[in-house]
Write a protein that binds this ligand. Structure first.
Ligand SMILES: [Zn+2]
Length: 193
């Protein structure tokens, strides 16, 4: 079901040139966040707008608000718990008022060193992707939603992807977990793109 809806909504578009770039993560993650920015992922509000009839527009996880792209990835209580975990790991405060689009674009006044900014952006993208993936597992396969498991998954996946794409020394796993933003241990190649 999820796959069918997904295919239906993305088949008409996706020109790779239009994706925003961060070469620390696989291209599919870049395409995914580009779809978020363009509101091109299949959540109920979007399906409804496209005339696909659904029983209710309540979020299937929190049963609370209308489920929009922003709600699913960012403002749903379940998603917020994950974001809080990620910000805590990075030792960053919750910035009220920062939008999902700003997060995806890497805006965070508190992360100012360019190479760390790119790593932070990569982590944000991986978080979006894994919240979405776990959300679908919950909705379509009734898997349990475990915040700490998702936060760990973000740490593992982002470490693996960034490490594989960094030409120079990257953090050790231990350092990554205790201090992901330490400029002394992170030395990622800064080629543009
Ligand atoms: Zn919700």
């Amino acid at each position: 079901m999820a796959k069918i809806i997904d295919d239906k909504l993305i088949s008409r578009e996706t020109t790779p040139s239009a994706t925003i770039k961060n070469n620390l993560v696989p291209q599919k993650i870049g395409i995914f966040v580009w779809r978020i920015l363009r509101k091109r992922i299949a959540v109920k509000e979007e399906l409804d707008r496209r005339g696909i009839d659904l029983d209710s527009l309540l979020c299937l996880i929190c049963n609370d608000a209308v489920k929009s792209v922003d709600h699913a990835i960012y403002s749903c209580k379940s998603a917020q718990e994950v974001w809080i975990g990620i910000l805590k790991w990075w030792n960053l405060p919750l910035q009220s008022g920062i939008t999902l689009d700003e997060m995806i674009k890497g805006s965070n006044a508190l992360v100012s060193v360019p190479r760390i900014k790119r790593i932070w952006q990569a982590v944000v993208w991986v978080t979006c992707y894994l919240i979405w993936k776990n959300r679908n597992l919950k909705v379509f396969q009734n898997d349990a939603w475990a915040t700490s498991k998702i936060v760990s998954e973000v740490q593992v996946k982002s470490f693996e992807w960034i490490k594989n794409r960094s030409r120079k020394l990257f953090s050790s796993w231990h350092q990554w977990i205790i201090s992901p933003s330490s400029p002394n241990v992170l030395d990622v190649n800064l080629d543009p793109g």
